[in-house]
Every structure is written in C-alpha cells, then in structure tokens.
Design a protein. Structure first.
Length: 179
C-alpha cells in the first residue's frame, strides 16, 4: 500500500509538472498576431490552488516553488517575487485543507479568491516599492476576475480528468503527514 501511495505522488507530481510546462509553453508562444484584448486567467495559480486544497500531498512545496520560479524566468517577471507570494498563499491554503474538507464549494471559492486578492495586492505593492513597470491596475483587476471565475472550471476539470477530489475523513491517505 505504501508503494502505491508513493507511486501516486510521483505520478501526480509528474502530471502537475507536465501540465504546468504545457501551460507555460502555451503562454509564451506567439499565437495571437494582433493586439491583446483582455487578460486571461492565471491557470497556473488555479490548478495549483485546486490541487493543494484537494490532494496536498501530490504537489509538494518545492515542486510548486520550482515551477513558479521557472515561470518567473520565462514570463520575465522579477525572479522569486511571485514565486514567494504563491508559496505563501499555497501554504496558507495547505494549512486550512483539513478544515476546508467540510466547507461548501462557494466558501472554498471565496477563500481562494481572498488569497488571490492578497497575493495580487502584495505583488503590486512590492513592484511599486521597487519602481518596476507593471500592468495597469484595470488589467490586474480583470486578470484577477478572470482567474477567480476560472477556478470552478479548473476544479471540475481536475476532478473529471485526473480524479483529484477532496479527501474524506474515512478515506484519507494514511501515509501523508502535513509539514
């Protein structure tokens, strides 16, 4: 049984890394020729939050930090700032994973949205303090709204495609211990 739990962790960890890699590649490809319209959702955040709140053992913190550090480099963001904010947000949600099992989905969705708002505000404040050019406030708000609205769809697709569900009290993974 321990071997199957470890294998599941490796398989889902590799799946997470693969999904994130495809999304990062898709993001940097010059597919759209004309001017960009509204910003799309940050699917990297949506998938990470959805998986952490459902099966935190499948996405360890070092994997998340590595993926978002690579994303910082590829997307030409200040290296480590967004990564640190994501890790803080993920660890906040990971600490509340056990209590969120009993919560209805709208409450979970609101909790994720609030964490995302705090992360976005902290990012803007840090970039402003360092006098780094950043997107307009309106575009940042639109991306937050798009990300928050995409979260339920990501949760649904994670459940349907990867069978990532919330752990129930009777069916928790016995080998996993929170850090």
């Amino acid at each position: 049984m321990a071997e199957s739990l470890t294998a599941n962790r490796w398989v889902y960890g590799a799946a997470y890394f693969g999904i994130m890699s495809v999304l990062m590649l898709w993001h940097i490809l010059p597919i759209q020729v004309g001017p960009r319209g509204y910003p799309g959702p940050d699917l990297l955040i949506c998938i990470t939050f959805a998986w952490v709140l459902r099966r935190p053992q499948y996405v360890p913190t070092l994997l998340i930090a590595g993926v978002f550090l690579i994303a910082d480099m590829l997307f030409m963001r200040p290296p480590g700032l967004w990564t640190a904010l994501v890790v803080l947000g993920v660890e906040f949600l990971r600490a509340r994973e056990a209590t969120s099992r009993e919560l209805p989905f709208p409450v979970e969705w609101a909790m994720v949205a609030m964490v995302l708002v705090l992360m976005t505000m902290a990012n803007r404040v840090a970039l402003s303090a360092a006098m780094v050019d950043q997107a307009g406030f309106g575009l940042t708000v639109l991306q937050f709204i798009a990300t928050a609205l995409a979260y339920p769809l990501v949760v649904l697709l994670s459940r349907v495609l990867f069978d990532i569900r919330k752990m129930t009290p009777g069916k928790t993974d016995t080998m996993w211990r929170p850090r």
